[in-house]
Design a protein around this ligand. Structure first.
Ligand SMILES: [Zn+2]
Length: 420
């Protein structure tokens, strides 16, 4: 190395040192009202954040130390960062006229998809969702996306991911038939880095509303056992009640989508603590966006009928006392609508507080992260959202008026400067 460059380096180092002598990692966030997720509502709250965690929450504005960065959100309500337990973050469509989202997904190289999916991640953060569970991607792209986000190379919500979902169609990744293959393919996902296993336990997806059971009870049980033995959790997809019943009996942590759950299954879910993730809103989305997918009016009618059955099943499950978590099943252009599910939950008989809980403490518990996510309390991740209005009097405040989002102590969305 030449002497000149040593001088330059030394100069830069000095400059850098001068610019950052003691950057305070402490922030004080003021809220007019804070719904902390543990059942408390605090007026004129001050949330202290140190690095990626919450260090204290208090009501007294005078407790802010002098050398701390102050973020004034006193005209907003603070809520915990939200959790969407069912997304497909890597399903990306560029909306080019004459193209179909599903076809585009299968034809684009994996690396391009992973890059483009950052838009879905950003739209998700803008809804106040700071943590997601991703339940199927091709090419292990959800695993790589999780890692890139965790390393800071990409901006997006915290991801818990399943790699490929297991399904009975053997032609593509995740295909498995019979107990032995189910065990092998589940292990493969976990060795690639999956946090969760996803199993497609019935037919049904997008315009296909059939709910015929695909994997047998024995295959589901094998998947559950392999998953649990390796210290992971498993979600089983079923549109119909049969696959759901066997998924619950087999010991899955959550059952996705299912309609017409019978009383016996609901009782079993309560006994075992199985979560129901209804995903009511995604069929509303497909019906409303039918032109994008090329679905005719008949398909849209059936989708809306399924929404009503799904809503009714959610009402029954909630009444019975089954634990429910918010999952959007967001794909393609649905990102940005992740929390619309909450409106259906209120229609199904939940209070606004109960609906909020599905996307905070319930989601956290399902993910096994109830000791660090879902509440604005000391020691938890500084995942905090500011909304304009009071979500406890109107849940649509969360859906339409997210103004500011912090994830792990970093501000990732800030629309506070913009007019309503
Ligand atoms: Zn899904």
């Amino acid at each position: 190395m030449k002497t000149g460059s040593i001088f330059v380096l030394a100069f830069l180092a000095t400059l850098f040192g001068m610019q950052t002598p003691t950057i305070s990692q402490q922030k004080a966030i003021q809220f007019g009202k804070l719904i902390d997720g543990s059942g408390k509502v605090i007026l004129n709250a001050v949330v202290m954040v140190e690095n990626d965690r919450i260090s204290s929450v208090s009501e007294n504005i005078r407790t802010i130390p002098q050398d701390v960065e102050i973020i004034d959100l006193s005209s907003y309500t603070g809520i915990p960062g939200l959790i969407d337990v069912h997304v497909h973050m890597t399903y990306y469509w560029d909306q080019k006229p004459g193209t179909n989202p599903w076809q585009q997904l299968n034809r684009r190289p994996a690396a391009k998809t992973l890059f483009l999916a950052q838009e879905n991640a950003m739209k998700t953060l803008e809804t106040g969702v700071t943590t997601v569970r991703d339940l199927h991607a091709s090419d292990f792209n959800n695993i790589y996306m999780r890692d890139l986000i965790n390393s800071g190379a990409m901006v997006g919500p915290r991801m818990l991911v399943c790699g490929y979902g297991l399904h009975i169609n053997s032609e593509s990744g995740g295909g498995a038939n019979g107990v032995d293959e189910v065990m092998r393919v589940a292990r493969e996902q976990i060795s690639e880095g999956a946090d969760w296993i996803k199993m497609f336990g019935s037919t049904g997806s997008a315009s296909d509303l059939s709910g015929n059971q695909t994997f047998t009870y024995e295959e589901m049980k094998a998947a559950v056992d392999v998953t649990h033995n390796l210290g992971k959790r498993i979600a089983i997809h079923s549109y119909g009640p049969d696959g759901a019943r066997d998924a619950v009996r087999a010991g899955a942590e959550s059952v996705e989508h299912a309609v017409d759950l019978d009383q016996e299954t609901l009782s079993e879910m309560i006994k075992r603590g199985t979560y129901y993730v209804p995903t009511i809103d995604h069929n509303r989305y497909y019906a409303e966006h039918r032109d994008e997918y090329g679905y005719g009016p008949e398909i849209a009618k059936n989708l809306n009928k399924f929404v009503q059955r799904n809503l009714e099943t959610t009402r029954q499950a909630h009444k019975a006392g089954v634990r429910i978590a918010m999952g959007s099943d967001a794909v393609f252009t649905m990102f940005g609508q992740n929390t619309r599910e909450l409106e259906w939950f209120v229609k199904a008989g939940m209070t606004t507080a109960e609906a909020l809980a599905t996307a905070t403490i319930n989601g956290a518990e399902l993910l096994g992260m109830e000791d660090c996510l879902g509440k604005v309390v000391p020691g938890y991740y500084a995942d905090i959202v500011a909304v304009k209005g009071d979500p406890l009097s109107d849940i649509s405040v969360i859906i339409n008026h997210v103004k500011w989002v912090m994830k792990g102590g970093a501000v990732v969305v800030d629309k506070t400067g913009k007019n309503e």
